[in-house]
Write a protein that binds this ligand. Structure first.
Ligand code: COA
Length: 173
């Protein structure tokens, strides 16, 4: 049986199997610790019966006024545990937490080439709000889609009205 629970410090030394994925960013320990300290309820792991980390989600809430929103910083599932509905479950938890915090929407950034993730987010009700030029730096820079899903507080769904032209990272609010 899969257990979904809050991340603990020990888990940071156990999720290499998940982070080896090239589409999964690996950050320094202080970055993860900052999330654990500020937004513990947004850092959830899926654990297998033998104690292996199957996947995790890391996020936060931020912004002011009608820009108050939940944000998905990282979502990843180990290859051997994919297509079991784990990512969907973890996203549902993050959305529930954001609903309880009275957020207007949830947003995330995803590589435009990451068709699997973009398709999954669309299935979960997210749409492209705007394209961000060269958001990801590397050997070849890559654009991101900034995707959003309105929560129940945004009755008129204003937060998801798309911006039709691409923006540069420095223009992000
Ligand atoms: C994207 C990712 C998180 C999906 O995790 P997952 O646990 O396999 O996803 P789920 O099982 O919850 O899938 C939910 C839905 O997404 C879609 N989906 C997920 N993986 C898919 C695939 N390989 N091909 C087609 N559709 C897919 C399906 O519609 C699926 O529903 P279904 O199985 O009922 O058809 C996982 O592939 C991953 O970790 N990828 C690498 C890291 C990454 O890209 N993270 C997102 C960065 S923003």
């Amino acid at each position: 049986m899969t257990t979904i629970r809050l991340l603990t410090c020990d888990d940071l030394f156990k999720f290499n199997n998940v982070n080896l994925d090239p589409l999964t960013e690996t950050y320094g320990l202080p970055f993860y610790m900052q999330y654990m300290a500020h937004w513990p309820e947004y850092f959830q792991v899926a654990e297998s019966p033998n104690g292996e980390i199957m996947g995790y989600i890391m996020g936060k809430s931020e912004g002011r006024a009608d820009n108050w929103h939940g944000h998905v910083t990282a979502l990843t599932v180990a290859p051997e545990y994919r297509r079991l509905g784990l990512a969907e479950k973890l996203m549902n938890i993050l959305e529930d937490v954001s609903e309880k915090k009275m957020c207007y929407f949830v947003d995330l950034f995803v590589r435009v080439s990451n068709k699997v993730a973009v398709g999954m987010y669309e299935k979960l009700g997210y749409s492209v709000y705007r394209q961000v030029i060269e958001y990801y730096s590397g050997e070849v820079d890559e654009d991101a889609f900034d995707m959003r899903k309105a929560l129940s507080r945004d009755v008129e769904k204003k937060s998801v009205i798309p911006i039709p032209h691409p923006v540069r990272p420095e223009e992000l609010d």
